[in-house]
Design a protein around this ligand. Structure first.
Ligand SMILES: [Fe+2]
Length: 261
């Protein structure tokens, strides 16, 4: 029997059209990677993930920026919000970046959460200057950064993830909401968005940690980028409001088959 490790991201299930697509995902013997941006509210995220847990043998999740969005009325926010989410998802059987890395056939699947630190910015500008000059600013500036020091949290997450990855041997599949290398952001219509899209600190991870493939989301541009001989594949579903993709992207499989055994 063939089993497949599938990957998706940016399900944004609060859009009814997206929920209808997600409802069709199923693979009782397969595993599913969900690389962030399921929804914004914790009950919506948990509900969507629970329905996927019932339809796949294993579901692996990493947070996106939308999972980390806080509203003023929320009781828990910032890092506590992430911890709460991990607790709720673990309780329904989802594998999170805080759990032992699962092994699928020949590869160790490594769910990561490394955030961003504004390092993908124009030369000569500080992070603050780059944000002030940006013509497109992500909601993260209103819904995440007032509640936590994002740059510091990014450094902490990078250190934690590196320590975890140092313990792994053999081939890996690295999974992160934000790209691990800057190149995929070169396709963005607005380069400003790169500020909120990753960190230089993860640049050598794909090679260093023997990645067979890197799976990411975030940009809503489901393309493949080869860097240092490794494929970095964006697996996002996106939203009905995203600009149409170039025709060359149309034939990319979704969900994306990462490994078949
Ligand atoms: Fe997204």
């Amino acid at each position: 029997m063939t089993r497949t490790l599938w990957a998706v991201s940016d399900l944004h299930v609060t859009f009814a059209a997206n929920q209808a697509i997600v409802d069709k995902l199923s693979g009782p013997h397969d595993w599913l990677i969900v690389a962030g941006d399921v929804a914004e509210k914790i009950p919506d995220i948990v509900r969507a993930m629970k329905s996927l847990v019932q339809r796949f043998a294993k579901v692996i999740w990493v947070p996106g920026n939308h999972e980390l969005f806080n509203r003023k009325s929320d009781r828990i926010n910032g890092k506590a919000r992430y911890r709460a989410l991990v607790g709720e998802l673990r309780a329904i059987g989802v594998v999170t970046p805080e759990d032992p890395f699962p092994v699928f056939g020949p590869v160790t699947v490594c769910p990561l959460f490394t955030l961003y630190d504004y390092s993908w910015r124009p030369l000569g500008l500080t992070a603050k200057q780059a944000i002030e000059r940006a013509t497109v600013v992500l909601d993260d500036e209103l819904a995440i950064s007032p509640y936590v020091n994002v740059e510091q949290w990014c450094r902490e997450r990078v250190e934690y993830s590196q320590a975890r990855l140092d313990e792994v041997s053999g081939p890996t599949v690295l999974v992160n909401h934000w790209p691990l290398v800057v190149e995929p952001t070169h396709r963005l219509r607005s380069r400003d968005v790169a500020l909120w899209s990753g960190t230089d600190l993860t640049r050598d991870w794909a090679v260093k940690y023997r990645a067979q493939m890197v799976v990411h989301g975030h940009l809503h541009i489901p393309a493949e980028t080869r860097v240092d001989g490794v494929s970095h594949v964006e697996v996002s579903l996106g939203t009905p409001f995203d600009p149409p993709l170039p025709a060359s992207f149309a034939s990319r499989p979704w969900p994306f088959p990462v490994v078949r055994v």
